[in-house]
Design a protein. Sequence first.
Length: 634
Amino acid sequence: MRKPPLNLLLFSAVSKPFTRHRGHTRKPDYRSFAAVPPPEWVQPFTDLSELIVPPPPDAEPTAALRLSPWVPKILAVLRSGAVEQDLTLFCRKYLIRLPPSFVSYVLKNSDHPPETSFRFFLWAGRQEGYSHNLDCYVHLIETLSSGGDHAGTKSIFDLFRSKSFPLTPRSADSLVRSLGAASMVEELLWVWKEMKDHGIDPTLYTYNSLMNALVGCSFIASAEQVLAAMLAGKVKPDVVTYNTIMKGYCKTGSVRKAMERFRHMVGIGIEPDAITFMTLIQGCYSEGDSDSCLRLYGEMAEKGIGVPPHGYSLVIAGLCREAKSMEAMAVFEDMVSRKVKPNVAIYTALIDSEAKNRNLDAAMSLFRRMREEGLSPDEVTHGAIVNGLCKNGRLDDALRWFEDCQVRRNPVIYSSLIDALGKAGRVEEAERLFEEMAAGGCPRDSYCYNALIDALAKSGRTEEALSLFRRMGSDGCDPTVYTFTIMIDGLFRARRNEEALKVWNSMVDGGVTPNAAAFRALSTGLCLSGKVARACRILDELAPMGIVIDTAFEDMANVLCGAGRIREACRLADGIVDRGREVPGKVRTVMINALRKAGNADLAIKLMHSKIGIGYDRVKSVKKRVKFRNLVEI
């Protein structure tokens, strides 16, 4: 027969009622039992005398045997939803308490969400006779900052700061890293001051963490001061330091300064790495400087630094954006030769560039090559093909491609087709395609509206264009400055001048900033209707709003001269000079070019060889500038 376990025997022995002599029984005297022992403080390691610090993560498996069996059990309890309740029941059941050394170890080695660590920290602080140590705060701050909980990081740090713990080099490094990752510069500078007060010298790692925090908050001037201090001090900057400050320059649009730092870094013997080049290539790409992207790519190849796929994408996309398809193809072929597989985005950029350069055969060859590589074209790729066909006058081919492509149709594809149909005079088909968008669940954007409004306006259907223009707002699509420009031009063409002015006023009142094209449409309509003064008055009204149209006078002069209204053009030029808006020599040059473009070569030559605009005539004792109107009055 199986014997009962020892603990059951002990329990039955102590719980058996005491007996009197002669068979009488009496109730047990509970006062005779020993009291429940107090909870025991358990440690994260079984032999603390041999372990000053926790074992490293890459230690031998035998080192893991030193870990207390309570650690995995507590970690398992933390995985439950009711953290506080389960921890309390567990510790009460086994009569244990968790000291600060145990709590700090769990906080450092736990892979639970930051919220769970935060709740565990608060629960531990409520234990009787317990007080958090420095490591508990440091490890929790590290956990919260790495999890992106900046509000929690700040609240725990403020509590930590009130405790006045003396910092150690290890805790200082951890705090600097954590606060730097959270871009908490004010708190980081407090730690920096405490390090100086406690005689803790900053390491290279500490400096780099401080630089990262300053750059993260766009305090580039302060980051420059830190770099200058490093260059003048004992701890010299490394490639990480320079990468950080170059990232800050690129982030704030100072790519030129980033390039200067790059040259300085190379000059003092610090070798750039892949991150250095990728930071600069990204910055140059954002600035539209494809030549610098290509040059940096070449330097990477010379140094034997592997270019990641994203780097190839930036260089190729930058070159394609500036229609440098030959250079882009050279980089593409080099990429393939290095066994780096191009993605759909790279193929799409090349296809779009070749199509815009009217090299449709090359574009289609790339499309077939992409399919042979096992890559499926997406809606952007099909949009590039459709747009290329439209731009090259192959509208019917574009429509067939549109019908055959088995991808979700996006607004870019629709706007390309609507614009091409409108320019080809097939406005009814453009309207049908526009309405098909809504039926197919494709949202209509401003480009689609602009394409159809432009088609309607240029085909003389001004009222329908105006109705569609008003409909944009109700469809949740705000008109752009290009939309207003189309409507102003269309209304002036239909001789509905006052309505065109109302549209202009609604644009300005609505906060849409007029550009040169918008004012050109307005001034052209006003000049051709004999209202040059009104155009000048509107131009004057834009100046206090901070809107300066540099080409305004040139545009009006071209319109007036092109329409044969030379006298009005001369009066306009005289008014520009009299008001001091432009240098007389520039006004003279504009007038000469305007006359030449209008075919009035004789007047252009006459103006060129005269003193008009820049010379003076003396009338008795008064010296007066020769007026432009003398060109037509003499």
